[in-house]
Design a protein around this ligand. Structure first.
Ligand code: PEP
Length: 284
């Protein structure tokens, strides 16, 4: 599942120094560190999926991956909470991991309607999306909330996928980088080892993905901020792009050296489109 030595890194070695995960430079082969360099495609089903269509969608995905396997890419689907227990047995032992779309920051207690990180791992969930702009918008989640959730998720053994990104207004007023910079500072806890998803809010669900040039510029800015905040470990944190990724634009987005994968909403509900995105990850 890990990127092979000598293949394209997700960051520019010219700017950020050698790939610390590269066996040639680190002098060691570490299974634990491999995930930091593995491309990752995450499907966010949002509030979509009843029992029958969810099972069918997963069946189609697994059948296609069985007949034409994909090596070296981490694949995650994040259905609604209600489908997690149903899909966990279907995904067990498959190349597709199970993720959730949110979790609470407490381990248990008086939080009606919430789900604790340990309840997710109990079902076999391995990843969790945190701070998605729809949760920031619909549930008033702020950076501090997201950071607390990221700590709790990691403590429970989940991989947090923390979303950041500017709104259309912030973009128009030239505040995109400031916004993202503050979100990084506020949402990512010390020692963060999860995944960062850059999702310009104006690109989510609109069919208007950011251009590869804009993604490249913003992701380079995010990388610099991560290095500033985390030092060495900031060089290898995976940065995903999300926002209207589809079968048609995936290849050009995933070809950007700093982009380690994609967070996919609408297209993840269509097995064929999601598979095309997975197969658009450059050879590694
Ligand atoms: C998302 O839900 O995170 C997302 C990026 O949605 P879409 O791909 O539909 O824009």
């Amino acid at each position: 599942m890990c990127r092979q030595k000598g293949t394209k890194p997700f960051y520019s070695e010219d700017v950020f120094g050698p790939d610390l995960n590269d066996e040639a430079t680190s002098g060691q082969v570490s299974q634990e560190r491999c995930p930091m360099t593995t491309p990752i495609i995450v499907g966010n089903w949002k509030m979509n999926g009843l029992s029958a269509d969810s099972a069918d969608r997963v069946k189609a995905l697994l059948a296609a991956l069985a007949s034409q396997p994909v090596a070296g890419t981490e694949i995650v689907i994040c259905p609604p909470f209600t489908q997690l227990a149903l899909l966990a047995p279907q995904l067990k032992g498959s190349p597709v991991a199970l993720g959730a779309q949110n979790c609470h920051m407490d381990e248990k207690g008086a939080h009606t309607g919430d789900i604790a990180p340990g309840m997710l791992t109990d079902l076999g969930v391995t990843h969790v999306i945190l701070g998605h702009s729809e949760r920031r918008r619909d549930h008033g989640e702020v950076d501090e909330t997201v950071r607390e959730k990221a700590v709790a998720a990691a403590k429970a053994g989940l991989t947090p996928i923390v979303c950041i990104g500017e709104t259309e207004d912030q973009r128009q007023s030239g505040e995109a980088q400031d916004t993202i910079g503050w979100q990084i500072k506020g949402s990512l806890p010390d020692g963060f080892t999860g995944v960062v998803a850059y999702e310009p809010v104006w690109a989510i669900g609109t069919g208007l993905a950011a251009t590869p040039e804009d993604i490249q510029t913003t992701v380079a800015f995010i990388r610099a901020e991560l290095v500033r905040q985390f030092g060495e470990s900031g060089k290898t944190l995976r940065i995903l792009y999300g926002g209207s990724v589809d079968a048609g634009n995936a290849a050009s987005i995933l070809a950007i050296p700093e982009v380690a994968g994609a967070l996919v909403g609408g297209a993840s509900l269509k097995p064929d489109a999601f598979l095309s995105i997975i197969r658009a990850v450059p050879a590694h």
